[in-house]
Design a protein around this ligand. Structure first.
Ligand code: HEM
Length: 473
C-alpha cells in the first residue's frame, strides 16, 4: 500500500512476526479457499492480508468481505474493515463519529498536518491552501501544467545516456514512469507552490526521502533530516516572499496570480500570520499527498488504456474522453486503497459492535468495486453508464443511476488536490499523446503473462514501470 495511506498506517499491516500462510497465486478474480462456515459462507483467514496473493489480486477477497462480512473484525491485526460503498460514504461524512488518524501518527516527518485534525480546526486549515487548488485559481495553473509536461518530453532529446528513452532504427522505446510520470506531479506541485526552478532537484530529493521516511523504518531518520532541510529552505523563501511575493504566469508571460507560498505568507488567522512551521507542514502534506498518488494515476491510466486498445483509440479520437478515462481508472485501480478512521463512540454496524477508539479501515478499493453500485466492477470500461465522471463534488454524486468513485474520499476530508491531480493527469496525457503519436505496449520489456499474454493485474500498488514503443521518423 502506498502514499497517503502510508502517512498514518497501512491498510494491510505487514508483520514479520506473523506465521506465514502458504497461499498460492490464484487466477485473477478467484479467491483462495480458506474454508467454509456451517452456513456455507466462505471464511477469511486474516493472514491472507499479508500475502503476495492479496497484494496482487485483492478484489476476490474484498468481494467475500462485502458479501459476508461487511464489517470484518481482523483480530490478528487488531482492526476492522468496512467494505461497502454505502457504509464507507456514511462513515466519511460522520467526521465526529469516525475521526481521522490520531495526532502524531505521521511520526514527525510531515509535522502537524490537517490530516490529523477534525471539525472547525480542520476546516480552517484546509481552506488555507485548498482554495488555491480549485476553480479559477486552478484554471490559471493549466498553462504551467502543459508547459511542464512539454519540458519533460523535450528533455528526452537532450544529449546524454538515458536508460528510459532508448532509440533504435524506426522505434523509440520509453519507460513512461522514469521518463514522465514519476517526476511530473512533483514538478507541478513545486511550481504551483512557488519553488524556484533551481530548487527542483533538492525538492525531488526531499520528497523521496520524506516519503520513504514515513515507513517508520531505517529510512525514518533520513525522512526527518529531509524535512528539516525542507523547513530550512522554506524559512528562507518565506522571509523573501513576505518582503516580495512571486507570481505564476500564463502562456503569454502575463502574471495570473501569486504562487501558493506567497499567498500563505500573507494569510492571517485571528490576526496572526501563519508561522513558518505551519507553512512548511502544509507544503509537506501537499507534496506528500500529491506526488505518488498522481504518478500512480497516470501510469495506471496509460496501462489500462493501452491494454484496452479500442478504448485507447476512442480517447485518441475524442479528446474529451480523457476525463472519463481518468475517473474510470481511479474507480478501477485507485492509487490509494483506503483511509483509517477511529470511532469516537461504540458503534454497532451490520451486527458487529466496534468498541470506541478502534482502528477501522475504510476500504476505498472495495467501495469502488462494490457491485451494488458498479456493474461488472472488475471490467475497465470508460463508457460505463453507472460512473459519474462530471465535476468532482465534495458531497459525492449519487443520482440517475450514476455514482462518483471513492478514490478521493468524500465529505470533509475529500482530497483537496483532486481537481489539480485531474488536470495534471488529463492535460499531461494530452500533451504526451500529441507528442507520442501511436504508442503501444512494449511486450518484451513488460512482465506479460506467459499464457494469456495480458499484463499482470495492478493489485494493491500502482504500476511502477510502463514500457512503450513509438514510431520514430
Ligand atoms: C490521483 C491523485 C490523488 C488521489 C487518489 C488522492 C487521494 C486522496 C484521498 C483518498 C484523501 C482523503 C483522505 C481522508 O479521507 O482521510 C486525500 C486527502 C488529501 N490529499 Fe489527495 N489524492 C490525490 C492527489 C492529491 C494532490 C495532487 C494533492 C496536492 C496537491 C493532494 C493533497 C491531499 C491532502 C492535503 C489531503 C488531506 C485532506 C484533508 O485531510 O482534509 N492529493 N487524497
Amino acid at each position: 500500500m502506498s502514499t497517503l495511506q502510508d502517512f498514518v498506517t497501512t491498510l494491510t499491516i505487514p508483520s514479520d512476526q506473523v506465521q506465514s500462510l502458504d497461499i498460492p497465486l490464484m487466477p485473477e478474480g478467484e479467491a483462495y479457499d480458506m474454508g467454509h462456515a456451517e452456513d456455507g459462507a466462505p471464511l477469511i483467514d486474516p493472514r491472507i492480508f499479508d500475502s503476495r496473493e492479496f497484494a496482487r489480486n485483492p478484489y476476490p477477497y474484498y468481494r467475500i468481505l462485502r458479501d459476508h462480512y461487511p464489517v470484518y473484525h481482523d483480530q490478528l491485526h487488531n482492526c476492522y474493515y468496512v467494505t461497502r460503498y454505502e457504509d464507507i460514504t456514511a462513515c466519511y461524512f460522520d467526521d465526529e463519529g469516525f475521526n481521522t488518524i490520531p495526532k502524531g501518527s505521521s511520526s514527525g516527518v510531515l509535522g502537524n498536518t490537517q490530516l490529523e485534525l477534525s471539525g472547525i480546526e480542520h476546516r480552517r486549515r484546509r481552506n488555507l491552501y485548498g482554495q488555491h487548488l480549485v476553480g479559477r485559481a486552478l484554471d490559471n495553473r493549466i498553462p504551467a501544467i502543459r508547459r511542464l509536461a512539454g519540458e519533460m518530453i523535450d528533455a528526452w532529446d537532450e544529449p546524454g545516456e538515458k536508460n528510459y528513452v532508448i532509440d533504435s532504427p524506426g522505434v523509440r522505446t520509453i519507460e513512461l514512469g522514469r521518463a514522465f510520470a514519476n517526476e511530473f506531479p512533483i514538478r507541478v506541485v513545486c511550481e504551483v507552490l512557488g519553488f524556484p526552478a533551481q530548487a527542483r532537484g533538492d525538492f525531488y530529493y526531499w520528497y523521496n526521502s520524506m516519503m520513504s521516511g514515513l515507513g517508520g523504518s531505517k529510512t525514518h531518520r533520513k525522512g526527518l533530516e529531509a524535512r528539516q532541510h525542507l523547513e530550512d529552505y522554506v524559512s528562507g523563501l518565506v522571509e523573501a516572499r513576505r518582503r516580495e511575493p512571486t507570481y505564476l504566469y500564463d502562456e503569454a508571460g502575463d502574471p495570473v496570480g501569486k504562487d501558493i507560498i506567497s499567498k500563505l505568507c500573507e494569510t492571517r488567522i485571528d490576526g496572526d500570520f501563519l508561522s513558518t512551521e505551519e507553512i512548511t507542514s502544509n507544503i509537506a502534506l501537499v507534496v506528500g499527498g500529491g506526488g505518488e498518488t498522481t504518478r500512480g494515476a497516470i501510469l495506471n491510466m496509460w496501462s489500462l488504456l493501452l491494454s484496452h486498445p479500442e478504448q485507447f483509440d476512442a480517447v485518441a479520437n475524442a479528446d474529451s474522453l480523457w476525463d472519463a478515462a481518468f475517473h474510470e481508472t481511479l474507480r478501477h485501480s485507485t492509487p490509494i486503497g483506503g483511509q483509517p478512521r477511529h470511532n469516537t463512540y461504540e458503534v454497532t454496524l451490520h451486527g458487529v459492535t466496534i468498541p470506541a477508539g478502534s482502528l477501522i479501515n475504510m476500504v476505498d478499493f472495495s467501495a469502488n468495486h462494490d457491485e451494488r453500485v458498479f456493474a461488472e466492477p472488475e471490467q475497465f470500461n470508460l463508457f460505463r453508464a453507472d460512473l459519474y465522471t462530471g465535476k468532482l463534488l465534495r458531497s459525492g454524486y449519487s443520482k440517475d443511476g450514476r455514482c462518483s468513485h471513492m478514490a478521493f474520499g468524500v465529505g470533509p476530508h475529500l482530497c483537496p488536490g483532486a481537481w489539480i491531480s485531474h488536470q495534471e493527469a488529463v492535460e499531461g496525457s494530452r500533451v504526451l499523446l500529441a507528442r507520442l503519436g501511436k504508442p503501444r505496449l512494449n511486450r518484451e520489456r513488460m512482465p506479460m503473462h506467459p499464457h494469456t499474454g495480458e499484463l499482470p493485474p495492478i493489485g494493491l500498488t500502482s504500476r511502477r514501470d510502463l514500457w512503450l514503443d513509438v514510431d520514430r521518423p
